[in-house]
Design a protein around this ligand. Structure first.
Ligand SMILES: *Cc1c(COP(=O)(O)O)cnc(C)c1O
Length: 230
């Protein structure tokens, strides 16, 4: 794992916060510090800067960092883990004790498994905004059924999550707009949209939370091709 320099992260955070403020004004915006690809030192850097909400994409990686933080906590700071990645059903059981918000819930079997293993858990339903299957997410027209299922099973369905397409930030606008409109319709307050490249567009369209990795921690080290998946 490559080392993270807390002073670098502090400087980058100032830039990210200024970008957020320039669009959101005084409105309060959630910021998920996405530490995938980095070690527990990235989580500690985030916590040291007052960023308690940490996003992870891979089950093993999240569990390893959570164990590390348990063993060597940052005084006065407890990470709140958001799961953001493609989620295999059989991983839910392992993650249930650790994950605070499941942001990438995109199919019925996951809704059911989370309700079973983590009753009442906070979830976002992920909508697919780019048409790229590997990014996950349910087609927009399947989202209402998943939201209803989650509510019925007692989950705390807080909102919707989406990932914009690669390319120009402006290309993300129509998808973000559609997601926010659907969240409005369904009475869901949380809209987790916008990442390093497109957070301004997301905030213009009504993001309540943005998820930032690269622009806080620098370019991610390449993922090893074997092991540590899921
Ligand atoms: C990796 C990732 C992010 C952060 O992406 P950056 O472009 O590095 O800011 C946000 N959300 C999800 C779902 C991700 O997988």
């Amino acid at each position: 794992m490559s080392a993270v320099d807390p002073a670098d992260v502090a400087r980058r955070l100032e830039v990210v916060q200024a970008r957020i403020d320039s669009v959101a004004g005084g409105r309060e915006v959630g910021l998920v510090a996405v530490t995938k690809g980095f070690g527990a030192d990235a989580v500690r850097a985030a916590l040291g800067l007052g960023l308690a909400v940490v996003g992870e994409n891979y089950a093993q990686e999240l569990l390893a960092k959570a164990a590390d933080l348990d063993a060597h906590p940052v005084p006065g700071a407890v990470p709140r883990w958001h799961f953001l990645g493609r989620l295999q059903r059989n991983k839910v059981r392992h993650l249930a004790a650790v994950v605070d918000v499941w942001e990438s819930v995109d199919r019925a079997e996951l809704v059911a498994e989370i309700a079973r293993r983590a009753p009442g858990a906070a979830v976002l339903v992920q909508a697919n905004l780019s048409g790229e299957a590997q990014k996950g997410g349910a087609p927009l027209d399947e989202v209402p059924v998943l939201v209803a299922q989650g509510r019925e099973l007692g989950l705390d369905v807080r909102g919707l999550m989406g990932v914009g397409p690669a390319g120009a930030p402006e290309a993300a606008r129509p998808g973000f707009r559609a997601l926010v409109a659907l969240a409005d319709e369904l009475g869901l307050p949380e809209r987790s949209i916008g990442m390093s490249a497109d957070l301004e567009v997301a905030l213009e369209e009504g993001a309540t939370t943005v998820r930032v990795g690269t622009d806080l921690f620098g370019p991610r080290p390449p993922r090893p091709s074997t092991g540590g998946g899921g």
